[in-house]
Design a protein around this ligand. Structure first.
Ligand code: AMP
Length: 125
């Protein structure tokens, strides 16, 4: 699996283009999605160069995996959707590969919430 060093999130990580940053740690960065699909929509990405979950789950270190999962929980608190910040819940979305609808080839989780999101998934467009 080849990582594209010129994908948009790689450019954000290198500071070449701006983002609306929510959180940063040694292993993860979170920023607002540029085209929000709900009242709250934030992206959480690993700092390492991983194409998707297939790549990350096989090749990331234990520290990177822990760092990304910790970041997801911290970000949910920061943006007010976690039960630890009196939020009403949220949804993680991880699009993986062509059938998953992944557009940016750097692993990312969407955290969406701030309103009721309805049922989980539809194959109808
Ligand atoms: P996916 O379809 O899972 O690959 O989602 C990619 C997401 O990245 C989409 O929701 C886009 O709106 C978002 N996105 C693309 N470019 C940027 C950017 N420069 N800053 C923030 N979000 C972005």
């Amino acid at each position: 699996m080849t990582y594209d060093q010129n994908n948009i999130f790689a450019k954000i990580l290198r500071g070449e283009i701006p983002c609306d940053k929510i959180y940063e740690s040694d292993h993860a960065l979170a920023f607002k999605d540029i085209h929000p699909q709900a009242k709250v929509h934030v992206l959480v990405i690993p700092k390492g160069a991983y194409v998707n979950m297939d790549d990350f789950s096989q090749n990331a270190s234990s520290e990177e995996i822990t760092g990304l999962i910790r970041a997801l929980g911290e970000v949910a608190k920061i943006i007010g959707v976690s039960q630890y910040s009196s939020g009403k819940g949220y949804r993680y979305i991880g699009n993986n590969g062509p059938d998953g609808g992944q557009e940016v080839p750097h692993l990312h989780f969407h955290i969406v919430g701030g309103e009721p999101l309805g049922r989980m998934v539809s194959t109808k467009s």
